[in-house]
Design a protein around this ligand. Sequence first.
Ligand SMILES: [Zn+2]
Length: 397
Amino acid sequence: MRLAVTNIGTIVSGDWHEPFAKGDTIIASDGKIETIGSASVTEVEACDVVIDANGTTAVPGLIDSHVHITFGDYTPRQQTVGYLESYVHGGVTTAISASEVHVPGRPRDPEGVKALAVAARKCFDGYRPGGMTVHAGSVILEPDLTGNDLGEIAKKGVWLAKAGFGAFASAYEYAPLIAAARAHDMITTVHTGGSSIPGSGAITGDHLLALKPHVSFHVNGGPTAMPDKDFERIIRESDMALQICTAGNLRTALLCATLAQKLDAFDRLIVATDTPTGSGVMPLGMLYTIAHLASLAGIAPELAICAATGSNARVYRLNSGLLDAGKAADIVLIDAPDGGTQGDALSAIRNGDIAAVGAVISVGEPRFVGRSRNTPPTTRKISVTKCSMPRDFSGRY
Ligand SMILES: [Zn+2]
């Protein structure tokens, strides 16, 4: 499919160094962005589908880097079907598994945890709930696993490893396995803060600095925060990504974001939800955290969006999260919510309102155009002005 989005008011690039892109049109084909900026009438007319953004704001599809994937579009913790598809209506086009710990009766032996990660990874290879790209299969590090085990599953496509729910007496004991996972080119992640389930133990700054993961999972607490003094230490003394989660401690999320900006580490700040969990299914979680960062921590709305898109993509090595030629055509049109006090999406976010989602395109395909079923309606009306395919993008169910 060849797709054009025209009349875009503002383009947020997803790259925090240069958060805005010039122009008003994006053309995508075969799932990738082909051109961004301007296009001739002939180029637009050659597209199968044309969406009139009507002055709204284009942002990269949001990347939620902490989702409790299991199998299918189902969360056992909240016994809810269809939550991933619902997150697409919150502008999320990519979910990254925080490990399949919620699978009922999850195995803890080496063969079991390996099989679980490989099966989860492969189950989502060609399955896109609601159009979402799901990176599943994060191996749960357990005491009897070896470096060779990690090498074996790395060859089968597993590239995520998670420390924090294994049956270790002390969190420091994860260190050799995290180093081994890194040696196999996996992205390593460590639970941060007080225990989220009984027996999983507190993980604080000392642990993180010793374990050296790529990502401090829910650095603001999952959901219980580590001591305030540890935030500056991990920013200054490591290069790990600082993942702010909606289902965490809001005060320390703001503390960490403010410090990251002050200490020139904003590129390491990434946004996620850590849902579905005991905190529930939160289809608009990413939009809420973006609004919290912009309205309460003084972070420019476009930079908060970059933390939820391009920065996540860089940390997790994904070819998405940026509105740029060659990147995955994951495009979300947002606007000021209808009936609010602000005139455009970024002003609304700065005001603390969540943005209204008016269209979601993932891997070059419109998933719905007009209005999200989860956000308020947009102020400006977004419409499909040409469609030469037997499809209806209204998103009505
Ligand atoms: Zn989690």
